[in-house]
Design a protein. Structure first.
Length: 284
C-alpha cells in the first residue's frame, strides 16, 4: 500500500507534468528526432545545501522509466558551485520533458534547506529549535516541509488535522482564552483524539489567563519583544513548551533563542525563500 507521502508525490508530479507538457513538447518534437538519446548533468551554480534529490529521481522515473541516473550527491549534502549532482541518460525527449520540473523542485527545496541550515547554525549552543509554518506553496507543502527537515529544522503541524492550534482569531470567535481552551479540551474528549493543544497569546494578560486555566501543551508568544518574552518565560516557569513567533528575522533569531525559548517559528523559511541556482545541461 502506498504511503500518504507517496500518494501526494505521485499526484504532484502528474499534475505538474500535465501543466507543463499539455498536448506535447512541440519544441522538442519539432527539432529533435524521436528516439535520439543523450545525456544531461545537473550542476550546482552556487553553494548551499542540496535537497529534493529523491524527488528528482522519482520525476525522472515517472517521465521515463528507461532513463538511467548516476547520482553523485545525497540530500542534505553541502554543495559548492561547480559540483556535479547527477547525470541522466536516455531519450532526449524525456530528458527535456523532466528538466524544468526537476529544477523547479530541487532549486526551491535546496533554497529552503540552505536557509534553514544558516538559521540552525545561529541556534547552536541554545536549546531552541526552528519551526516551519503553514505558510507554504499550495500543493508543495509536503516537499517544502521535507526541505526544512533536510536543512536541520523541525516541522510544526502539517495541517489543520494533526494539532489543535488556537490562534488569535479562534480566541476572539470562541469568546476568550478560557472559553477556547475549555472547548478544545472538551472536543478532544468527545471525539477521542489525542492531539496536542497549543494556544497563541498576544500579551502578558492573555498569558496569565492560559496559566490560570492550564490544560495546554504549548504556548505561542506572538510578537513579544525580548524583554517581554523574558518576563513571559519567567511566569511560565518551564511548565509548558514555549514558542516565539511573529516576524523574527534570521539576523535577530539568536537573540530570541538566548532567552531560552523551546521553539521559534519562522514563516520566511518557506514563504519568501530564494531558490538555489542549479542547472541541467546537455553533455555533448
Amino acid at each position: 500500500m502506498e504511503s500518504s507521502t507517496e500518494i501526494l508525490l505521485k499526484a504532484f508530479v502528474q499534475n505538474a507534468l500535465a501543466e507543463d507538457v499539455g498536448d506535447g513538447d512541440h519544441t522538442s518534437l519539432a527539432t529533435i528526432p524521436i528516439g535520439q538519446e543523450g545525456e544531461s548533468r545537473l550542476l550546482a551554480k552556487e553553494d548551499g545545501i542540496l535537497a529534493g534529490l529523491e524527488v528528482a529521481k522519482y520525476i525522472f522515473h515517472e517521465v521515463d522509466p528507461e532513463l538511467k541516473l548516476a547520482i553523485f550527491k545525497n540530500d542534505g549534502d553541502r554543495i559548492k558551485k561547480g559540483d556535479e549532482v547527477l547525470h541522466a541518460r536516455g531519450s532526449v525527449h524525456s530528458l527535456l520533458k523532466a528538466e524544468r520540473l526537476v529544477l523547479n523542485v530541487m532549486q526551491r527545496m535546496s533554497g529552503i534547506a540552505t536557509k534553514v541550515d544558516r538559521i540552525v547554525d545561529k541556534l547552536k549552543g541554545t536549546r531552541t529549535k526552528v519551526l516551519d509554518t503553514r505558510k507554504t506553496t499550495p500543493g508543495m507543502r509536503f516537499l517544502e516541509k521535507e526541505a526544512v527537515r533536510i536543512g536541520g529544522g523541525t516541522n510544526h503541524r502539517t495541517g489543520l488535522y494533526d494539532m489543535i492550534l488556537i490562534k488569535d482569531n479562534h480566541v476572539d470567535y470562541a469568546g476568550g482564552i478560557a472559553a477556547a481552551l475549555k472547548a478544545a479540551n472538551d472536543y478532544l474528549a468527545k471525539v477521542g483524539k489525542n492531539l496536542k493543544i497549543e494556544i497563541e497569546v498576544r500579551n502578558l494578560e492573555e498569558l496569565q489567563e492560559v496559566l490560570d486555566y492550564g490544560h495546554v501543551d504549548r504556548i505561542m508568544l506572538d510578537n513579544f519583544d525580548i524583554s517581554t518574552l523574558k518576563e513571559a518565560l519567567k511566569r511560565i516557569g518551564g511548565r509548558f513548551e514555549t514558542e516565539a513567533s511573529g516576524g523574527i528575522t534570521e539576523d535577530e533569531i539568536s537573540d530570541y533563542a538566548a532567552t531560552g525559548m523551546d521553539y521559534i517559528s519562522v514563516g520566511a523559511l518557506t514563504h519568501s525563500v530564494k531558490s538555489l541556482d542549479l542547472s541541467l545541461k546537455a553533455i555533448v
